[in-house]
Design a protein around this ligand. Structure first.
Ligand SMILES: NC(=O)c1ccc[n+]([C@@H]2O[C@H](COP(=O)([O-])OP(=O)(O)OC[C@H]3O[C@@H](n4cnc5c(N)ncnc54)[C@H](O)[C@@H]3O)[C@@H](O)[C@H]2O)c1
Length: 268
């Protein structure tokens, strides 16, 4: 008799019914004041999650939480948080779990962009990009891991198409997002067998204040941006939130360590 493939055990599939995939789940979303983070917090709330909206912009985070409560009758609250402050990340996550009881989903969406001639990128801007986009993602994840080990929860990080392919006029931003991709994969390998999934989402251009703030050098060489010509519109933040919600849900139980592109084919 042939032995069964050892990978065959435990393959029963859980398919959720309806779109209430986060009923009874507790989530923290960073960058929840605006853009993709806001859309993600609203999507998780709409699907039944209790959500803590965190952002350096406290009033924006509060307005997202209020909208989630009013529109979806969700249990949503807000807190001010600078994700580049490791101690504050730990305090915020521990306090949330103290209140929630458990943490099931962490979405690290907060981020900044600085663009231009990379040979002129100010050292302070390089440091800020790494501090917020990469270190912030690590600080939040590290603080969440003990709680996610208990709940067998998961992390969804925000990378970018710029974290997958070389991107002119964005060396600091791209380096920070490439770091997020490998941080994601490394945590997935280290903690996957302990029950934590860690994935990241890699959007192309999304219609948010961040993409509207992009400026290019006066002597821009458009040929260097040729991949952008493959798509004819920006994504809506809600389209990105839908992918984040999928990967954070039990429907994606077998998705771990993935860098999921959602860019209209820009990096294909
Ligand atoms: N817009 C795009 O085209 C695009 C594409 C790929 C990836 N992304 C990524 O998506 C994420 C969300 O960006 P967005 O486009 O929604 O931009 P956005 O500017 O609308 O939202 C970013 C949010 O992050 C918050 N934030 C910034 N620094 C913070 C800090 N130190 N601590 C806590 N919160 C902080 C801001 O206050 C803001 O609410 C970012 O990580 C960005 O890099 C955006």
């Amino acid at each position: 008799m042939r032995a069964k493939c050892p990978l065959m055990k435990g393959t029963e599939m859980q398919v959720s019914e309806g779109m209430r995939r986060f009923e009874g789940k507790n989530a923290i979303v960073s960058g929840a004041a605006s853009g993709i983070g806001r859309a993600t917090a609203l999507r998780l709330a709409a699907e039944g999650a209790r959500v803590l909206c965190v952002d350096i912009d406290e009033s924006g985070a509060t307005s997202t939480a209020n909208e989630a409560a009013n529109q979806y009758d969700a249990n949503a609250t807000a807190a001010a948080l600078n994700v580049a402050d490791a101690a504050a990340c730990k305090r915020t996550i521990d306090a949330a779990v103290e209140q929630f009881g458990t943490l099931d989903v962490l979405c690290n969406i907060a981020g900044i962009g600085v663009y231009g001639d990379s040979s002129q990128l100010a050292i302070e801007d390089w440091d800020r990009l790494i501090a917020v986009n990469l270190s912030g993602t690590f600080y939040m994840s590290q603080a969440a891991i003990p709680h996610l080990l208990a709940s067998h929860g998961n992390i969804v990080n925000m990378a970018s198409a710029a974290g997958l392919v070389g991107t002119a006029y964005a060396a600091g931003y791209a380096a920070s997002k490439g770091g997020v991709v490998l941080l994601t994969r490394s945590l997935a390998v280290e903690f996957g067998r302990k029950g934590i999934r860690v994935n990241c989402v890699c959007p192309g251009g999304v219609d948010t204040p961040l993409s509207h703030s992009v400026t290019f050098p006066d002597d821009l060489d458009e040929k260097l941006l040729h991949r952008m010509q493959l798509v004819d519109r920006l994504a809506r933040p809600e389209e990105i939130a839908a992918m984040i919600a999928y990967v954070a849900s039990d429907e994606a139980k077998y998705v771990n360590g993935a860098a999921l592109s959602i860019d209209g084919g820009q990096v294909a």
